[in-house]
Design a protein around this ligand. Structure first.
Ligand SMILES: [Ca+2]
Ligand SMILES: [Ca+2]
Length: 282
């Protein structure tokens, strides 16, 4: 066996120490000391990974860190407890469809991770979809120039949420940090501002295909005719008056309450109205 020379390099990785040990000049299997690589000797062997390269060097990685995990998203009501179900678009596995979102509805897009790792991504609305949906951040901080309440404690205090505006794009850049831990990292608010579809793109800049998926929100006319954020008897009274106006030849109320856009306000609109009974937009 030839003589050996050992060097250590210590890095901070994901908030934990990563020890890299270089061993030069041995021919047989790595020496016993290689299993105890850290200068401090405090290495959890359950998380030790060894790469052994011949003939002249061996690189040993011992990390008390975490493995790369999965970043995920969910769409919730403002109470953070009620999350919406989606269906996958049969024409594109990347499109998650959320049907029947009433205009005026506020939702939250939550970005989470099941692992502590550095990550960069974005949420954005592009081109004509900017006319029907709006993304907003929380509590802009002019000192950090980011939306500080859109980043959550698990993302670490060094994460940032920056405005991302350029030609045809309106969104937010989500910049993680190596000190992040698993949990909810970012929250971006979403508002349905007009009827029709709106797609929100979710990017993961570390993925081989950065566009991970799209949220497609299909917005339907509001039933909250008096705009007090709740669909209730006041709106039903409005609908009844619009039906009377419709029978009398139509008018501005008819246009507002004609939920299926067939030119009249009748029982079909009443049925569509009742689907959102007691719905709230706050
Ligand atoms: Ca109302
Ligand atoms: Ca109608």
């Amino acid at each position: 066996m030839t003589s050996q020379r050992t060097h250590f390099l210590t890095l901070d990785f994901a908030g934990t120490n990563l020890y890299i040990m270089f061993v030069n000049g041995f021919e047989d299997s790595p020496p016993q000391e290689a299993a105890n690589p850290g200068p401090s000797g405090a290495v959890d062997m359950g998380h030790t990974m060894t790469v052994y390269l011949k003939p002249c060097c061996c690189l040993l990685l011992a990390a008390c860190g975490t493995l790369l995990g999965e970043v995920s998203t969910r769409v919730c009501r403002p109470d953070m407890q009620t999350c919406l179900e989606y269906r996958v678009d049969p024409d594109s596995q990347k499109v998650r469809v959320y049907d029947d979102i009433m205009v005026g509805t506020h939702l939250m897009i939550v970005v989470s991770s099941d692992a502590a790792t550095h990550w960069n991504g974005a949420l954005a609305i592009e081109n004509e979809h900017r006319l029907t949906g709006l993304l907003t951040g929380r509590n802009y901080n002019p000192l950090t120039e980011d939306w500080e309440e859109s980043r959550l404690p698990a993302a670490s205090e060094r994460a940032r949420v920056y405005t991302w505006i350029q030609a045809g794009i309106a969104g937010f850049a989500l910049e993680g940090h190596s000190r992040a831990v698993d949990g909810d990292w970012f929250i971006i608010d979403y508002t349905a501002i007009d009827e029709g579809p709106c797609r929100v793109k979710f990017y993961d800049w570390y993925a081989s295909e950065p566009l991970r998926w799209e949220f497609q929100f299909t917005h339907v006319p509001t039933r909250d005719f008096n705009l007090d954020t709740r669909v209730d008897f006041s709106d039903f009274a409005f609908l009844a008056y619009a039906a009377w106006e419709s029978d009398a030849g139509g008018g501005p109320l008819t246009e507002m309450a004609d939920l299926n856009a067939d030119g009249v306000v009748d029982m079909e609109d009443t049925a569509l109205f009742c689907q959102f009974w007691l719905e709230t937009t706050e």
